[in-house]
Design a protein around this ligand. Structure first.
Ligand code: SIN
Length: 296
């Protein structure tokens, strides 16, 4: 007569870059062991997919709370009737969350973890893609890595209609648990690299934004109703593939974040040369830095 031994979950990696499908964990009633297991899996795979979970709203919020305090998104709506900690994105065509981003980097402490539940999928399409920002950093050449480690960037919520909601973060972030470095810029919210001129910032950001989402850094997940994705928001970007028609409803809770850390900036914020006239965007940079400092 033996005791029941815990059954290890089955983990199936979905790409060489990141992402694994996990079965054998019931997210509707997680135990402390399950939470520890999911945390460990996230450190390894960065995003984990759990098919067939079909969470109620309460179970979804309880799952989030098992990982930490939950954020109330300052910009995005929740489902009708709550709860406040839940964001609901509804679309019957693309255009919602279809730009590469890391959640809420316009906040001084962006969420550490996001937990998304697919309530209703379109019949075809509407997949989500994630990109591994450790690899995006580690695959750069040593000179570029060294320069980026000394830079910082302004992020803002302009795409949510709130351009004054700003935060200032390192361009290379150090993960507090793994100690690994990752790129920390994203297409949607990163606006300006602070220590270089406007023209240089535009060129560098255009390069980094395209570099960081290359196919070889990515995984693509085809949803089924009731599936849950949990990702480490500190080291990933994601976006919805805008190729569907038909109702798509997802609900998301996010776990409150830490302040992103990296090396201290190695240069002062860019100041225009004394000989040249002060360009408007550099005056704007000084104002934006003051604004981000007030919000931090
Ligand atoms: C999000 O940006 O969190 C939403 C992603 C999705 O709808 O797949």
């Amino acid at each position: 007569m033996g005791h029941d031994l815990p059954v290890a979950p089955t983990v199936r990696p979905l790409s060489n870059a990141l992402g694994a499908e996990v079965t054998g964990i019931d997210l509707t009633t997680v135990t402390p062991d399950d939470v520890a297991e999911v945390r460990a899996l996230l450190l390894e795979h960065l995003v984990c997919f759990f098919p067939e979970q079909r969470l109620t709203r309460d179970a979804h919020v309880a799952l989030g709370r098992a990982f930490g305090d939950l954020e109330v998104n300052p910009n995005l709506p929740g489902p009708e009737g709550g709860p406040r900690e839940m964001v609901e994105l509804r679309a019957s065509q693309g255009g919602i969350a279809d730009e590469w981003h890391t959640d809420v980097t316009f906040l001084p402490s962006p969420s550490v973890m996001s937990i998304m539940h697919m309530v209703e999928c379109p019949p075809i399409g509407g997949d989500t893609m994630w990109s591994n920002q450790y690899l995006a950093y580690e695959d750069l050449s040593p000179p570029l890595r060294e320069m980026l480690e000394g830079l910082s960037a302004l992020h803002d919520a302009e795409p949510h209609g709130k351009p004054d909601m700003k935060a200032h973060h390192p361009v290379v972030r150090v993960h507090p648990e793994t100690g690994r470095r990752s790129l920390f810029v994203n297409t949607q919210f990163t606006r300006r690299i602070v220590e270089v001129s406007h023209a240089e910032s535009e060129a560098l950001l255009a390069f980094l934004k395209a570099w960081s989402i290359q196919d070889r850094f990515c995984v693509r997940y085809a949803w089924t109703p009731g599936a849950v994705a949990i990702w480490d928001n500190r080291v990933t970007q994601h976006h919805v593939v805008n190729d569907f028609s038909g109702e798509r409803i997802i609900q998301r809770v996010t776990v409150l974040g830490d302040v992103p850390t990296g090396e201290a900036p190695r240069w002062d914020p860019y100041a225009p040369s004394r000989r040249g006239s002060v360009a408007r965007h550099d005056t704007v940079l000084a104002r934006d830095l003051r604004a981000a400092a007030t919000l931090d």
